[in-house]
Design a protein around this ligand. Structure first.
Ligand code: ADP
Ligand code: ADP
Length: 228
């Protein structure tokens, strides 16, 4: 079965004697190719959920599947790409070389790397800036480069944790519409964590609302925009 299938997920962090239950009985399904966003107060467990899907942390209980694969299996097949708030571009590499980085790690050959990087750069609207270093780009342009790097992997799942969270409201609004256009060009299933209800509504078919202590999905709202 396709899509993202999260069932009864629980997560307990332990640090010394301190125990935090971040998730409990957390369930969410997103159909293949669907776009979902996750909203909820700070600290309610949104990033934890995304980190579990991205195989950065292991849950204490329950299951999270991406097209029938565990997060570890999905990672091994490069099934997902993760874009976070402060995506790291290597400062000593030009934008094009940063975008190629994902495929370098995946050991794609040079010609293929260049071709896919150029396609992705075109898609995010950064043509002409290939030779710029990260410090020569605006914050919005750096995030677009990070998105391009993620797209070169042609992921089935795009996991985004506050991708525009560090940017001002106007830049954010313009990037939302740009991301919408990019999503329309790909067939990826999206899970977007955001603080912005506007962003969630613009970019989603489904808005999942999370409640804290411990984190779980309390509402799943269908948005009738009919994006695709
Ligand atoms: P959100 O992304 O919604 O802000 P998080 O998933 O980051 O929420 O955090 C959920 C809860 O888990 C919070 O109480 C947070 O303090 C706690 N938490 C998150 N990461 C860790 C960690 N590595 N160790 C201990 N507690 C953590
Ligand atoms: P973004 O909305 O991507 O953050 P800005 O609002 O900073 O971009 O800039 C708006 C436009 O100005 C960009 O899309 C780009 O075309 C151009 N621009 C931004 N920074 C530079 C730069 N360092 N050199 C040349 N043009 C730039």
């Amino acid at each position: 079965r396709g899509g993202i299938d999260i069932r009864d997920l629980s997560m307990t962090y332990r640090r010394g004697r301190e125990v935090t239950q971040a998730l409990s009985a957390c369930s969410l399904t997103i159909p293949e190719g669907g776009w979902a966003s996750l909203i909820g107060a700070s600290g309610c467990g949104k990033s934890t959920l995304l980190r579990i899907l991205a195989d950065i942390v292991q849950p204490s209980g329950g299951s999270a599947m991406l097209s029938g694969m565990t997060p570890a299996e999905a990672r091994a097949t490069r099934g997902f790409a993760l874009v976070s708030q402060q995506s790291v571009l290597l400062p000593w590499r030009r934008m094009l070389e940063n975008v190629e980085l994902g495929l370098e790690v995946a050991r794609a050959d040079k010609a293929e790397r260049r071709k896919r990087a150029e396609e992705a750069i075109e898609l995010v609207g950064l043509r002409g800036f290939e030779r710029a270093y990260p410090h020569e780009l605006s914050g919005g342009m750096r995030q677009r480069a990070a998105i391009a790097r993620a797209l070169t992997l042609r992921p089935r799942f795009l996991l985004m944790d506050e991708p525009f969270g560090a940017l001002d409201e106007l830049t954010r609004a313009s990037l939302n519409f740009e991301l919408l256009r990019i999503l329309e060009e790909t067939s990826a299933t999206l899970l977007l964590v955001t603080h912005s209800i506007a962003e969630a509504i613009i970019l989603s078919d489904v808005v999942a609302v999370m409640s804290p202590r411990p984190g779980r999905i309390v509402h799943q709202l269908e948005i009738g925009f009919g994006h695709h």
